[in-house]
Design a protein around this ligand. Sequence first.
Ligand code: ARG
Length: 459
Amino acid sequence: KETKLWGGRFEESVTDAVEKFTESVSFDKALYKQDIMGSRAHATMLASQGLMSESDRDSILKGLETIEGSIEAGEFVWRSDREDVHMNIEAALTDLIGEPAKKLHTARSRNDQVATDFRLWCRDAIDNIVISIRRLQISLVTLARKYNSLIIPGYTHLQRAQPVLLPHLLLAYVEQLERDSIRFLNCRANLNFCPLGACALAGTGLPIDRFMTSEALGFTAPLRNSIDAVSDRDFVLEFLSANSITAIHLSRLGEEWVLWASEEFGFITPNDSVSTGSSIMPQKKNPDPMELVRGKSARVVGDLVTLLVLCKGLPHAYNRDLQEDKEPVFDSVKTIIGMLEVSSEFAQNISFNAERIRKALPAGYLDATTVADYLVKKGIPFRTSHDIVGRSVAYCVAKNSQLQDLSLDELRAINPVFDEDVYQYLGVENSVKNFSSYGSTGSECVAGQLQYWVSKLGI
Ligand code: ARG
């Protein structure tokens, strides 16, 4: 067996079970790029501070280049007896270039190394997520544009409420995704501070330049406190919280589209390319991708909870427990990107059944609130007008008709304030036309929103 990099004080090697249990290279090898980046910056800084010769630095940089190439070519042999990504790369570098490699870990610990790698990794992941969010926003805005005048029933409590323009609802998701995006970018800015040089926990007496490595790695500044730098994973908690909130938004989108694809709603028809069938029922066509978007949000939330519980009881500074922080983050990122991409594809592959929706619109007295507003315009206090329209609805329910079918005499029998012009407020089209407040579902307001997003997204 090879002696461990930390083997100096040990007389026995670890048992196979312990080795297997404690290794992390099987998953943290995903950090190889960031680890090599960090080592490059570190070696360069050590040389510039006189802690390493320029020729040692050059052989380290060259060796790292070779190792990176062999990892990317799939030729690198990851060894679990070398524990993690950090020691695999350092040991491979020693195999490759010999003595100079032994200087690389000067004024560095795996504790600050892993914290640095992981912040770099999360930073890249955030950039990718933000791109996927944009893609989904574009798909939704494209859909909103295509159906820019389609009126659908708006719901509260999943009961018919008021008529809304379809683009208004679609743009609600776009707004939510925009806040998600901003949340990710805030999280990126918060985590973009450099732990490197904090060493094990206390820093070092060697004359390193932490500002130099921080800058080389694109961080805003080095973290001020070395104990904080190696101990905390709050940046991960924040990141997974952002993932969870986005996952919840997508889950709601999934739920809505699953409902809309049902026979009962029949608002949308997904293309075959985004549907799956049943192994027993030959007629079935299911919206599985959006069901799984809803389902996978559970994993993303679960990953956050794993991290919260992981961190809860840890004394300062580094604890090996923290090695458990990687897999939930990898899982969460892979899942959220999949959810965003599939939602986007689904949006590109559905059609709205305008005819079916139109036929469904008269039911549910969607124009009732508009009529109440009409009475307010006639000088009736809102509470009174609410009551008048409520009684009108009850009258319609009893005779199984719509408000717009009532004659002026019938309306006047309920309250004499009704006038001929009430018919300009009745029915869903009139009702939508009547909305005018900022942010409302009125045609002009929605057109304005649509224009805002089209130009913001550059489509
Ligand atoms: N594999 C470890 C992790 O992911 C790296 C840091 C190990 N540090 C240590 N002192 N054992 O957290």
